[in-house]
Each structure stands twice: as C-alpha cells, then as structure tokens.
Design a protein around this ligand. Structure first.
Ligand code: TXA
Ligand code: MG
Length: 307
C-alpha cells in the first residue's frame, strides 16, 4: 500500500492476469508503467477499482446496457470503455476521451483497492508484447529488479485478459474477447453485439495483430500435419485434448477432459514454459470457436502473427 501511495509500481494479482499497478491519479507513477514495460505511449491503461463508489467519479456517463452488464458480471473479468471524467489523467487514456475501467474479482486485490483513495492503473505485468503473466513467478521472469514489490495471489483463475466492451448508440462493441463471452453478453443485453476487434490503426492496441507473442515461432493448424511437415525440428506442441508425446519433443495438453475454461487457464503458462525450452518451433491448433474458445483462438492468432 505504501509503495503505491509513494508513486511506486506494485504487481498485483487479478482473476485474469497479473497487473503492473500504479496510482491512477499520479501521472509520474503512470509514466513509470510505460517505462518499465517498454510500452508504446499510444497504448492506454485500464483503471481498477473496488466497487461502484470508486467507479462513478471516473466516468461521465454509464449507458443502461453498461449498468446491466455491471450488475451481471462485475466484479469480474470485464472492462468497460466509457467517456472519461476530468479526474482521469490523459496519460491513463493516452489522450483518448474514453477510459477503460474494471472491477477485478481477486479477493486480495479487491481488499487492497478498497483501502486506497485512488484507482490503480494496471496493464498486464509483462514486458510489452510478451505473453501475460498468470503467476507471481511469471512477473519475476519479466520484471525482476525493475519493480519493488509483487503481491503474490497465487495462480490467476481465468488466465486470459478481461473482455473489453464499449457502447455506441444501440450497439455493444466487443474490443477484446475474454472469458465473459459474446454469448453471455448478448443474452443479458437487449442490444446488438458487434465485434470491433481488428483495425489497421487500432483504437485499442490489444487489437494489434501481433501481441502476446512467444519468442519461439508459433504455428496454428492441424498438429499431426505440422509435425509431419517439419521433420528434424525440435517441436513443442500445445494441444487441447490430444496426446502427441510420441511425435513431439514436448507436449502440453491444456485440458485432457476437453474443458475450455481449464484450457484457457493453462494457456499462458504452457506458452511460457515451452518458450523457455529453446525449441525450434511451437505448434498448436484452433480451439472450438465458441464461448471462451473464441478468446483462446484470438490470443493464439496474435501470438502466431508475424509481420
Ligand atoms: O484482464 C485485464 O484486463 C488485465 C488485468 C491486469 O486487469 N489488464 C490488461 O491490461 O490486460 P493491458 O494494458 O495489457 O490491456 C488493456 C487493453 C489494451 O489493449 C488497451 O489498448 C485497451 O485495453 N485500453 C485501455 N484503455 C483504453 C482506452 N481508453 N481506449 C481504448 N482502449 C483502451
Ligand atoms: Mg497486456
């Protein structure tokens, strides 16, 4: 708490991924986030708060559809893009008139937030462009020596970054897929739900085609074919349910039982572990394209993308 009050950075656990947090009202502290992550200044940050009392002053207006979503899904892995109030520094929003706000669901972080009289600006606690951290050790791997404190809250249960939604007239726009699914949002909102995921000049840089990338090249396709077509290479396989141990150098099966939530929770750890083995190639497959499977496919596509 005192580190944060003094304008220092602290890594915090959330149910999605670990965040690199700073006082969201302190521009100097926020500038440190960009510096430590080597994050482009055009990529804005999410503000985290404990509840509605802290949420309301940060925004000018909350559409009805947003209220409904908040009642259903917050605290939880969903972020709302709303018109910002004057309290929010421009450095948080990278100059945009909209701010991203979320109420995370991790008990330690909710408790921390409720004791602070400022929101926490927090991107994922990884060097810009790399896979997001889902354990305190992952944070250490990327940021050791650069931040004074990591609050260890165990493994992140969801394992993928939050769903990001915005509102335009009678439409809910999905800017980033996450574990709160398009299906769930459509079900509770009486509005049209549209994707706003890919832009050449992205309005949210999580939309950049290349992101969350492993250092080892990653290919997506039919795993058996990819193994067969790349003989002689040391290959790490990330599969949903199927066992490729006999043909691959390494194989992580994300959910032998075929559970997409479990697969999502294991994905980033698998990517990091296999990336650490110095293999020639990583291969994976498309996941079922519904529910959280769509968010998994989105992250895999970005990790596999090369300019
Ligand atoms: O689950 C999460 O959302 C995690 C945890 C720590 O809360 N945070 C996270 O932050 O993933 P970050 O910075 O890695 O991704 C935030 C995304 C970025 O793609 C950013 O461009 C977008 O949110 N974003 C933030 N503020 C925005 C704004 N004002 N307008 C448009 N996009 C915004
Ligand atoms: Mg990130």
């Amino acid at each position: 708490m005192t580190w944060l009050e003094q304008g220092e950075l602290v890594a915090i656990p959330t149910e999605t991924v670990y965040g690199l947090a700073a006082n969201g009202f302190n521009s100097l502290a926020i500038a440190k986030i960009y510096y430590v992550k080597n994050r482009p200044q055009f990529n804005p940050l999410i503000l985290h708060v404990a509840g509605l009392d802290q949420f309301y002053p940060l925004v000018r207006h909350i559409p009805d559809a947003c209220q409904v979503l908040m009642e259903c899904f917050s605290p939880g892995p969903i972020t709302y893009l709303l018109p910002k109030s004057d309290l929010v520094p421009d450095l948080v929003t990278a100059g945009s008139s909209r701010v991203a706000v979320r109420i995370p669901q991790h008990p330690i972080t909710l408790d921390l937030l409720s004791r602070l009289d400022f929101p926490l600006a927090a991107p994922s606690a990884n060097p810009s462009g790399y896979v997001s951290p889902v354990t305190a050790n992952h944070v250490m791997d990327g940021l050791q020596g650069k931040i004074p404190y990591i609050l260890d809250g165990g493994n992140c249960q969801v394992g993928l970054e939050s769903t990001i939604v915005g509102f335009e007239g009678e439409t809910v726009l999905i800017y980033r897929l996450g574990s709160i699914t398009v299906e769930q949002i459509s079900q509770v909102c009486n509005l049209e739900v549209k994707m706003a995921l890919q832009h050449s000049a992205p309005s949210t840089p999580g939309q950049l085609k290349s992101h969350y990338a492993t250092k080892t090249r990653l290919l997506i396709g039919d795993i058996a074919d990819l193994l067969e077509n790349n003989p002689g290479l040391k290959i790490g396989v990330i599969s949903f349910q199927t066992n490729y141990f006999s043909r691959a150098t390494e194989n992580t099966i994300l959910s032998p039982a075929g559970n997409l939530e479990e697969a999502a929770a294991n994905l980033f750890s698998a990517m990091r572990t296999l990336d650490g083995f110095g293999l020639d190639l990583l291969v994976t497959e498309m996941f079922p394209d519904y529910g959280i499977g769509r968010a998994i496919n989105d992250r895999l596509a970005r990790a596999a993308y090369r300019e």
